[in-house]
Design a protein around this ligand. Structure first.
Ligand code: GAP
Length: 471
């Protein structure tokens, strides 16, 4: 088969959000939600490749946070949240961003996003004073709609972990230090969603609440910051593009004693990818406190407030105490955007053409390998490709795609753009005898995405080759 005659000369251009948005739409990573109706602002859908990339990122996080440790359990709590949870967590009172209105064009802005005191839309300086805007989405539960029937869509996954603390503790007999990990949707009515999937109204979080003894919290906080930066590097983000930022006292959330943000160099600037907070005993403490104040029995009867004390027993001192918690909290959507930003590369080939290639880590790649019969109408080649696809699919490394377009150049271009690490081509030499190979041996070419180098290997060696690529 014909080898590509072009070699990469250089990488061109800095990353640009428009290029990423265009690639995401063109190749089916991310679409504006409900775009046939003009979209819904700050809401996106993940397409065939986006869902694979997102799932792979979440699986990598789950592996690192749950399977590869012996001190973390998983959880999948509900999105619909009892209002008392968000009252006692402090979100009803404080989960607000400062908002200003432009008196001239009537648009609304987050006060801290306003530059030079001017409206972003019309440039007017005729703005209202900032006032707090609570970002939680409210909904009603059940057929009766009244003052009491409302609930919230959770603004963070964390509260489901705190309210299940006792359940997990009792069902697993864990001792401190230990963590509870959860991945799931969160919702915030952002005043100004922007920058593609960076700031949206519906997003996913990967959160760990790691419970420790008071006094050991600072040390654990430091450890988790280091571990999380290391993990993002393993997902392919360059060290130069990752910065640990210590929030000032004014920036801290109502629950935090100290927060370190992991910032990433997104196309629109250096911005938060993950926050690692020392939430102290704030949440477990406030969910337990109303217990003491109101009395357990009354609460069970009213079915209103927290019904268990979220404490552990200090056996030496023979008393209950509320653990401290360290919380690494990462956004899945921001993670996807960071991975795509880092991986997006444009190379000028020797023939002057530009090659777009997504140099994504193999374990995150939406398609692990494409199997391509050189001619789409050749039954023998297509059957062989189908059989190879089935064999590779059964290895369990992820999605293997049969790419039967009959246009090898176009297939390579597509798989470069979507980051497929290897293309396996079944060609006219595959099943023919040749002096270059032992009698009866069938071979294919394997093309590496990054180097574009092709090598011919025997089909029987392919599973081992592919397995090594992804392990
Ligand atoms: N439980 C702690 C918490 O929710 P946060 O800093 O508000 O802390 C954690 O959010 C992470 O969730 C952020 O670092 C970011 O990656 C992601 N995130 C927050 N708001 C987001 C939004 N509107 N759109 C996309 N991701 C968001």
């Amino acid at each position: 088969m014909s080898a590509e005659k072009t070699m990469a000369k250089e990488t061109v251009k800095t990353k640009n959000m428009n290029d990423l948005v265009a690639l995401c739409k063109r190749r089916g990573f991310v679409f504006q939600s409900a775009d046939i109706y003009g979209g819904l602002q700050g809401v996106y859908d993940y397409g065939p490749l986006g869902v694979e990339l997102k799932n792979n990122l979440k699986a990598a996080w789950w592996r690192a946070m749950v399977y590869e440790r012996d001190d973390v359990e998983g959880l999948d709590a509900a999105i619909l949240s009892n209002k008392s949870v968000l009252r006692y967590s402090g979100h009803e009172a404080t989960f607000a961003d400062p908002m200003v209105d432009c008196r001239d064009c009537k648009s609304r802005w987050r006060a801290d996003h306003i530059k030079n005191g001017r409206c972003e839309k019309c440039g007017s300086k005729n703005l209202t004073d900032p006032r707090p805007f609570n970002m939680m989405f409210k909904t009603t539960v059940g057929p009766v709609v009244d003052e009491e029937s409302y609930a919230y869509l959770r603004p963070e996954t964390a509260q489901g972990i705190f309210t299940n603390f006792r359940n997990v503790l009792d069902s697993t007999s864990r001792k401190l230090p230990f963590g509870i990990a959860q991945i799931g949707k969160a919702f915030r009515n952002e005043i100004t969603p922007r920058n593609f999937i960076f700031r949206v109204r519906e997003f996913e979080q990967m959160e760990l609440e790691f419970f420790v003894e008071p006094g050991t919290d600072d040390e654990w906080h430091k450890k988790w910051v280091e571990a999380r930066i290391q993990w993002w590097r393993q997902q392919g983000l360059a060290s130069d593009n990752l910065v640990a930022y210590h929030q000032t006292a004014e920036e801290l959330s109502h629950y935090s004693k100290a927060t370190v943000d992991i910032l990433y160099r997104f196309p629109h600037g250096l911005e938060e990818l993950e926050g690692i907070a020392n939430r102290t005993d704030f949440d477990l403490g406030s969910h337990s406190k109303n217990q003491d104040e109101l009395g357990l029995k009354a609460k069970v009867m009213e079915n209103k407030d927290s019904t268990s004390k979220l404490t552990v027993r200090d056996l030496e001192a023979n008393k209950e105490f509320v653990p401290f918690v360290i919380e690494p909290s990462a956004g899945v959507d921001r993670g996807v955007l960071a991975v795509i930003t880092e991986a997006y590369t444009e190379e000028v080939l020797e023939n002057g053409n530009i090659r777009v290639v997504l140099k994504i880590k193999p374990h995150l790649a939406p398609i692990k390998a494409a199997v391509i019969p050189l001619a789409r109408n050749n039954e023998a080649l297509v059957h062989k490709a189908e059989s190879i696809k089935r064999t590779l699919q059964s290895l369990g490394v992820g999605r293997i795609l049969l790419e039967n377009t009959g246009n090898i150049g176009k297939s390579y271009r597509k798989h470069d753009e979507v980051g497929t690490p290897i293309c396996v081509t079944v060609d006219f030499e595959t099943m023919t005898e040749s002096e270059n190979k032992p009698a009866g041996e069938e071979t294919v070419t394997v093309r590496d995405r990054d180097t574009m180098k092709q090598e011919r290997i025997s089909i029987s060696a392919l599973p081992e080759y592919v397995r090594k690529y992804f392990c």
